[in-house]
Design a protein around this ligand. Structure first.
Ligand SMILES: [Zn+2]
Length: 379
């Protein structure tokens, strides 16, 4: 009897430890809260919409035994921006998703957009970042805590982003999926994936996005955002995007952190960043390669890095790897190693890239030059 209990205890311990390591951890951040109402128009209040929708996203994700959900807030309380980052980093989240509502003096503005960290001088992106960063003035000593940050200065907003390219490629993958699923699940306008400097994302050490689910300043869209039905649709879209991302990037055999982590090769401080066109953009990305490879049919490449800096695709810039190809999408440059028709060969090339130090490289698939899901390519 005793032996049996010990054995059961050991087995249980093994499984609980096992499953904990294997979890994909999603940190959900409902914007604003407590004394910080966020944007308020026509009786629709951003902090409430954000919280209700976050809880709905969480409820969907919690049904997946592979997912752990961490919340920065689950009730109407004020949480400092730094504290949100602390919660995310301490929990060693796989991704961080901050949810907000947009507002504009032009009350006709409508639609959803998803932000990744990046340098922008685009006036409307700066305006969104300025609005979201303004909450910091409700915190005491914010100028000390956030290194002299001034929410009213565009230079301050641009400054946040300068060293913020870590995890950029994965953040863009996640943001693109959120926008894609918004279009699938709602009739709202897709304003695309954008870049700007957000204080709440500044110190978060994982792929991270800030979603502007729609405009509370637009009467009709505000009503949608504030309705049960609207929040259900938005939550389904966001949860769907997160699961889609998880399916592509989460590798349970390696503590889930294999492809989740990403690096950049270089930083550039004076680049002017435009909006990143959304994935389904009709403009085909510009591709450059120093070795000609056929792009017909299914092709696997190893994405080794992404950066706002354009580099020559010579092996010396990429630790001797060759061939290197590059894709420019708006202001973002993605760099790829190899181009293989065979998935197993691509896996070998991935290992090779990792051995050269590209620890967070991952495989991407194309069909006739158009990016597709790995799972579809293998089929
Ligand atoms: Zn907000």
């Amino acid at each position: 009897m005793f032996k049996k209990i010990v054995l059961v205890a050991i087995v249980m311990h093994f499984f609980s430890g096992y499953s904990q390591n294997q979890k994909f951890k999603v940190v959900l951040d409902a914007g604003h809260g407590g004394k910080d109402y966020g944007a308020v128009y026509h009786g629709n209040i951003e902090k409430n919409i954000a919280l209700k929708t976050v809880l709905k996203v969480g409820a969907i994700l919690e049904k997946d035994p592979q997912i752990d959900v961490i919340y920065t807030r689950k009730s109407d309380v004020f949480i400092e921006l730094q504290q949100r980052a602390n919660i995310a980093n301490k929990s060693k989240g796989s991704i961080f998703v901050s949810m907000h509502c947009n507002a504009n003096k032009n009350q006709a503005a409508s639609g959803n957009e998803t932000y990744v960290m990046g340098i922008t001088r685009n006036a409307s992106n700066l305006e969104v970042a300025k609005n979201e960063n303004e909450v910091v003035t409700l915190e005491t000593d914010y100028k000390i805590k956030y290194d002299g940050f001034d929410p009213n200065s565009p230079e301050s907003v641009i400054g946040i982003s300068i060293l913020q390219e870590e995890h950029l490629d994965q953040s863009i993958e996640l943001a693109g999926r959120v926008q894609e699923f918004f279009t699938k699940k709602t009739d709202n306008k897709n304003r695309g994936v954008k870049q700007a400097g957000f204080l709440v994302l500044r110190q978060i050490t994982m792929p991270r996005v800030l979603i502007e689910m729609g405009f509370v300043s637009n009467k009709e869209e505000g009503e949608f955002l504030n309705s049960e039905e609207g929040q259900d649709k938005l939550a389904e879209a966001i949860a769907g995007a997160i699961m889609d991302y998880k399916n592509e990037f989460f590798n349970p055999s390696n503590n889930g952190n294999d492809k989740i982590d990403s690096k950049v090769i270089d930083k550039k401080e004076d680049v002017i960043v435009k909006d990143i066109p959304k994935k389904e953009s009709p403009n085909k990305p510009i591709e450059k390669s120093n070795d000609k490879v056929s792009d017909k049919g299914i092709v696997f490449k190893i994405q080794i890095s992404a950066s706002t800096k354009e580099l020559a695709t010579t092996p010396s810039n990429f630790k001797g790897l060759s061939p290197i190809s590059m894709e420019a999408n708006g202001s973002l440059y993605k760099y790829f190693y190899a181009s293989e028709k065979n998935y197993d060969t691509a896996k070998q090339k991935l290992e090779e890239a990792k051995q050269k130090g590209y620890n967070t490289a991952f495989i991407v698939a194309y069909k006739d030059g158009i990016k597709i899901r790995i799972t579809d390519a293998i089929k």
